[in-house]
Structure formats: C-alpha cells, structure tokens
Design a protein around this ligand. Sequence first.
Ligand code: PMP
Length: 437
Amino acid sequence: HTTLSKSAALFERAQAVMPGGCSRNTILRKPHPIYAERGAGCHVYDVEGVRRTDFANNVASLIHGHAPPAIVAAVGEQLRKGTAFTVGTEAEIAYAEHMCGRNPAFEKIRFVNSGTEAVMASLKAARAFTRRPKIAKVEGAYHGLYDYAEVSQTAKPENWGQPEHPSSVAVSRGTPRRALDDVVVIPFNDVERALAILDGNRDQLACVLVDLLPHRIGVIPAAKDFVRALRRWTEQNGALLVFDEVITFRSNVGGAQQWYDVQPDITALGKMIGGGFPVGGIAGRAEVMEVMNPLNGPAPFPLYGTFSANPVTMIAGHTAMELYDREAVDRLNALGDRARSLIGEAIRTADVPACVTGRGSMFRIHLSAEGPENYRQAYLSPDRAALLSKFVGHLFEGGLLVVETGTGFLSTAMSEQDVDDMAALVLDALRKIKPCL
Ligand code: PMP
C-alpha cells in the first residue's frame, strides 16, 4: 500500500468533478498534474513543497513573474474598493491612454477578457468594417477557440490537404461546415502560394490574421517579405491586416510588429497586458474601431462583456505595463539572447541533433537538427511528441517549468544566473535523452 502524493490525490478528486480533471488542458501532465501552492518571482512552489524555476509563466502571460510587489500592492488597494461595477472607472481610461501611447498603430483600444475574445472581436470588427464574410489565417497557427480562428490545426496529417491549398479543417467535432467555408487557410512564410490562395478569394475576405512568431509553428518569425506581401495584398484588395500579438506583445514596447516596417489595421492583445489577470484587448485604426461605437446609432459590431475592463485587471495590467518600459524590454530581450545562445552551446556540448528558435524573450527547443519552416514541418509524429515530452519531463525533474512544446518565456523576475542555471539543466536533459535521438 503506497500513499498517494498530494498532487496525485488532488488529481483523483479533480477527475471526479471535471472532464479530464481540469478546466484547461494545458495543466495536464503525466502521470498527474502538479498543483501550485504559491509563486514568488521566477519560482513556483508546488503542494509537495518542490520549487521550480518558471519559464512557462502561465504560457507567456506573466511578464514580471509571480506576485510582483507593485502589482500586489495596486491590486490590494483596488480589491478593497470593489472589483467590478456596472459603471465605468477611471482605471480603464488611464490604461487605454497608456496602451495607445505604446504604439502609433493603436489609435483606439477596447478591452475584453481573454485572447480568444480579442481575436473573435478583431475578426468581427473586420467583417463589420468591410461587410465581407471570410477570414484568412495561417495554417496551424493557434488563435484561441473562436470557430473561425480555430480552423486548421489538426493532429491528423491526412486532413491537411494539398500544400498549394491547405484544407479548412475543423478542430472541434461538429463545427458547422459553413463556418469552415468562410475560413481561407494560407501556408506560413510562403508568399507565392499564400497570395495565389488569397487571390482566389478576392472581394470576399474581411481580413488576414497572422501571428508574427507562432507558437504552434515552432516559434519561428514571420519573414519580412511575407508580412509585407500580406500588407500590400490586403491594402490593394480592401481587406484588413490583423496581427495576433496575444503572446508576442512582449517583444517590444508596442509588440513584435515594431520589428517589421508594417502596421496592421487591428492588433489582438491578451495575456501579459492583464498583469496576471484575465484579459484581452483589441487595438487599431480609429476608423476601423468605430464599428464598435454605438453613440451615433446602432454599432455595426456591438461589443459587450460583463467583466471587460474591470478595474482589477485594468490596475494590474497598467502597473505591469508601466514597469515594462523600453529599458525593461531591452533587458529582457538581452536575457532572451543569452538564453538562446547558452541553449545552443548546450546542444553543441551534448552533441545531439537539436536546435533552438525564438526571438526576444521567447525560445523553443527542437529535438531535430533543423527547425521547422512551416506547420507541416513543425508537426510531431506521436513518436517525436513522446520524445519531446520525455525531454520536457527531464527538465521538470531538474526543477524547470517550460511549456510542454519545449517553449520558454522569460520574465523580468529572472537574472542572468537563472538563465545560466536553466541552460545547465537543458544540457543535463539533452544528455539523458541522447540515446533516444
Ligand atoms: N492567440 C494566441 C497567439 C495565443 O497563444 C492564445 C493563447 N495561448 C490565444 C490567442 C488565446 O488566448 P486565451 O487563452 O487568453 O483565450
């Protein structure tokens, strides 16, 4: 008779009341999830008392790590004043002013409660503005759960379709065929094929949706000529360009788009702009954002949301973003450079076929000599996926949390020492996995 660990016992309770034992599949791991007791800075302590260094940061949403004192203080004060009202707060206005000041492409902004909602609102705004039904998205890119945004990341290669014409294939069973028909799928970083597909849907497309460093495509940057081509095509054909910066906003004061000489019409935001609380945002050209304005008659796109712009999220987000200024961004991106460079060194020292991708404060470790160039190459067969999960398991045993895809997101709570220690653990884990590679 062995007694269950606290985490194992919690998972048994969880499975009795939640499908899969959780509300978000992200927390699942084998043999059972771990449960956090608390977090402080770049560390998470689980209910068994084990401390791990957190390079997952709630999938890129904690830019300052756990319980940063300035946010704890600001939120604590707001909690005593109330958390949500059916009237406005100045906190919302002040934060909107701050966000619009971070990027000239953000002429107007509205807040919502998640990245899913931000992408959904962006697509609906684009449809309302252009009066067109279809949206285009990149094959395999993750943009949350909205039916139209969810299309084409399938675990089954037999459903991909021809490379010249990737299929609009459902993720969730029962997705209406009509929704799929209104999604045009383009390959990542393939200008010629992408434009040919877009041309075939000219006059029907409301927008093209792109993530500049898509997680599901291996955290590889969108090519400058790809982004430029999409900007030119959308401009010439009356469609909007939408960037999903839910993850990538951390790249720069005004998002990863500032690495490109291109401005989108709309940017979908989320994660880190909530300072640790649920959030989404939709920012863009004033003329486009007007579709949400109900002051001069019914809004073409009426946007509601009970908890949207609640003062707790606004205060937390505003405090977090004030602290994430030019200097903080540059310091964090330099730490990211150090992380990728040390991981590269570890790969050479271990002498294994692996590589590291990413940019800014993001990295991804691939257990193959070359990184992928698109979704089809990023796809891992069940064998390769099992290997990656074994590798991530070694990191975990060594005291490191990364996203299960082998992706790490840095936080300002980290020091060079934390990054160096991470790279040492990566070297250990690579050596352990070497016989299987
Ligand atoms: N877009 C991207 C690029 C994301 O990574 C995510 C979440 N991982 C979303 C949208 C959806 O955000 P949320 O989970 O807050 O709904």
